[in-house]
Design a binder for this molecule. Structure first.
Ligand SMILES: [Zn+2]
Length: 596
């Protein structure tokens, strides 16, 4: 228990830090409003700092950042002020921890922070957080020039969390023939305010000729299984209900179908590379009939096939999946997995999607980050790259956990599959063999920024969803910029290389808020949405300052987790964190103005 000594010091009493800030401000004859204008720190945060109401901040990192900016503005020693803050916070935290230790002295649960080593853990976490944060502050300049801007919007009222849809999938995979026989049950409750005469399923495999063969479909509303009329169109399947489903009513849809997988071309980069078979593996991404999102104003959101990007939109749901595979085949899926012989059981709650890859060649290795197990699957010739993918994923999870909030699952998997791109799913990423094959042992191997990008999708796409057809920038721009943040944190000497390799060498053009349909090919799409997207995130960070930028990202994740966010939600929340003028940024990067 010697670690306790680190936490207990004489230190400042409650209230003194805030009083100190207030006294110096008054000495300078400045009002809080004047400080807010000059520093771009929102007024309510300045008040919170002076009154030591630190709970209004989303995290210590968030609070420390604003404190540092405010202290610098007042001409105080910012490091000393932050040190005082940490001392104040850790004193109150030790009191809480001490209570919890005595209350639960008998045992530890998996996620429990009680116990002596947990206290040591807190010390380490705090030290890591502080040392890491200095990386972000290196490029942060406190701009004391008053910036006129719109007043922060007072409240954010997101849509209710979409909950309750459950998928039960029983899959038989014939690995040699590349075919699957699937029995699927969807339990759906009408959470809309409208009466639904039909249900809409998005069935991506319908795009391929003779890939998806529906053998039987039944619906059950009143305890009786009835065969409904169904209407396939493009990549949708409309199911006419025997009677309309009232708000709050439940229906079960039972589907029996076969899938015959298309062959994946090795140079495929996007959605086509996520569904099919290749020489050494099969990829099952966007492979099952999934409920279309329901939009209160426009009804079911049935998708259209488009060959650019990854044009899907899904709500989160619970999944319970059993995959019986050909013997000797290893299955890498979404969620918590249990293997019994050739049967693989995967279970996951509130996932944006369920996907799996399978191969009779896979080698695997795992590592642990906190409570999360990171699994890497790779072909025998790429063991070294497979371990690098595993370690990059583990470190990225650790970083984004700190920056964006807790990763929601117990497992994360990264699976080598044979194509030339990468594709994100909940708890799982397919990474193309091309990147493993070209791994050269350096920190500048494309495998690393790509893995970091894909892991960030667990937050931007997985937790906070978006319409990947009309607003693909909402997940791709932050994911791409997160890859840079990975380099800032772990490979700072290669940050310049990152900008050159990932963005600048392409001299990207285009507006980032274009619909996916506007782009003629993936190059145009990646230029505008990813590369210009990263530049936009960089400029947004500069305009807001680091504390507000990182505070915003964390709050965005907290508020919109398990929902589908829109561009206007993104900007409305940005405006709660800064009064900086965002119009020039919108004019530079956006086709249409989103802000009022
Ligand atoms: Zn991406």
């Amino acid at each position: 228990m010697g670690e306790l000594g680190l936490w207990l010091g004489d230190g400042l009493g409650m209230g003194e830090l805030g009083k100190q800030l207030q006294a110096i401000r008054k000495e300078k004859e400045l009002s809080l409003t004047e400080v807010a204008e000059a520093t771009r720190i929102p007024l309510n945060y300045l008040q919170a700092l002076e009154e030591e109401e630190f709970d209004v901040f989303t995290s210590d990192v968030h609070a420390r950042g604003f404190l540092r900016n405010y202290a610098t503005f007042l001409g105080l020693d910012a490091e000393e002020i932050v040190r005082q803050y940490d001392e104040l916070r850790s004193n109150s935290r030790v009191k809480i921890e001490a209570t919890r230790v005595s209350a639960s002295a008998t045992g530890r649960t998996r996620r429990s922070m009680a116990g002596a080593d947990a206290l040591l853990g807190l010390v380490i976490v705090a030290l890591v957080a502080m040392s890491g944060y200095s990386v972000y502050l290196r490029r942060n300049h406190v701009n004391a020039t008053p910036t006129p801007g719109p007043a922060p919007t007072p409240t954010i009222t997101p849509m209710p969390v979409y909950e309750g849809t459950m998928y039960d999938l029983d899959v038989n995979l014939d690995y040699v023939k590349h075919t699957l026989a699937v029995k699927q049950r969807i339990d759906y409750t009408n959470t809309t305010s409208e009466t639904l005469p039909n249900l809409m399923l998005n069935v991506y495999p319908n795009h391929y000729r003779r890939s998806f063969e529906l053998k039987d479909v039944k619906v059950d509303i009143d305890g009786e299984q009835i065969q409904p009329e169904v209407f396939p169109l493009d990549v949708t399947l409309r199911v006419e209900l025997p009677r309309a489903l009232q708000p709050g009513e439940h229906v079960a849809v039972l589907l029996d179908y076969a899938l015959s997988l298309p062959q994946i071309s090795p140079d495929e980069e996007f959605s086509g590379g996520g569904f099919g078979y290749s020489k050494r593996s099969v990829s099952l991404g966007n492979w099952y009939p999934v409920m279309a999102p329901y939009r209160e104003d426009r009804g079911w959101y049935g998708l259209k096939y488009f060959p650019v990007g990854d044009p899907y939109v899904t709500e989160v749901a619970d999944y319970n999946v059993t995959i019986t595979a050909t013997e000797g085949v290893i299955v890498a899926g979404t969620g918590q997995g249990v293997q019994e012989g050739s049967r693989w059981h995967y279970k996951v709650d509130k996932a944006r999607s369920f996907a799996f890859a399978a191969s009779d060649k896979y080698e695997t290795s795992t590592s642990q980050v906190g409570d999360v197990t990171v699994h890497s699957y790779y072909f025998p010739n790429n063991a070294e790259a497979g371990e690098v993918a595993r370690d990059t994923a583990a470190r990225a999870l650790e970083l984004y956990d700190e920056l964006y909030g807790t990763y929601p699952f117990t497992d994360y998997r990264v699976a080598e599959t044979e194509f030339a791109g990468a594709m994100e799913f909940s708890g799982l990423t397919f990474l193309g063999s091309a990147f493993y094959d070209q791994y050269d042992g350096t920190t500048r191997a494309p495998l690393i920024p790509l893995t970091a990008h894909e892991v960030a999708h667990q937050w931007f796409f997985g937790l906070v969803g978006n319409d990947q057809l009309t607003e693909p920038w909402l997940d791709e721009a932050p994911a791409e910029y997160s890859s840079l943040l990975y380099y800032e944190r772990y490979l700072p000497d290669d940050v310049e290389w990152w900008w050159l390799y990932v963005v600048d060498q392409w001299a990207p053009t285009g507006k980032i808020d274009n619909l996916v349909y506007v782009f003629r090919d993936n190059r145009e799409y990646v230029d505008a949405v990813y590369r210009r997207g990263a530049q936009f995130m960089r400029d947004l960070r500069t305009a807001m300052g680091d504390p507000a930028f990182f505070g915003f990202l964390k709050e965005y994740q907290r508020i919109y987790a398990y929902r589908l966010a829109k561009s206007r939600d993104f900007f409305a929340l940005v405006q709660q964190f800064t009064t900086a003028d965002l119009v020039p940024l919108q004019e530079e990067y956006f086709r249409q103005r989103i802000l009022p």
